[in-house]
Design a protein around this ligand. Structure first.
Ligand code: ZN
Length: 147
């Protein structure tokens, strides 16, 4: 099978209910991350997750689509989710912080509220991210007050 399901997935209509641009952006980012993780999954796992999570199909519809029993779909989904979680966690451990992960940590970082490994991860990110460096610059090293 060709690896062309990526395009199909990108063309799927958004399932976001509202049109709050911030929410849409966040959910797009989550979709992007989820997609990156999904790329590492075996084809059948990716497929079943796509049908269930993105196309919102029922087990029954999926069973029909994939020509398998509903209980087989259930098992496959269960394994696919487990695997997805593993891959997701692995990807979190491997990498430095993504920009999206770093942003909410900037304030606590400046306030000295992060634990060491996290603070170091944030510092490393800021060093390599001009956007975050600018945010911090704008905010200054002004104390954010102790709660
Ligand atoms: Zn950043």
């Amino acid at each position: 099978m060709e690896e062309d399901d990526g395009e199909q997935m990108a063309q799927l209509p958004s399932t976001a209910k509202g049109f709050d641009p911030v929410l849409v952006q966040e959910s797009n980012e989550m979709r992007r991350q989820a997609w990156a993780v999904a790329q590492r999954l075996p084809e059948k796992y990716r497929l079943v997750l796509t049908l269930r999570e993105l196309q919102d199909m029922s087990y029954r519809q999926i069973a029909k689509t994939l020509k398998m029993s509903e209980s087989a779909v259930e098992t496959l989904l269960y394994r696919a989710r487990l695997r997805f979680k593993e891959e997701y966690l692995a990807s979190q451990r491997e990498g430095e912080l993504s920009h999206e992960e770093a942003v909410p940590l900037l304030a606590p970082y400046l306030a000295g509220k992060l634990r060491r490994p996290q603070a170091e991860a944030v510092r490393d990110h800021i060093a390599s991210c001009s956007k975050c460096a600018r945010r911090i610059g704008r905010r200054g090293v002004r104390r954010t007050g102790v709660k």
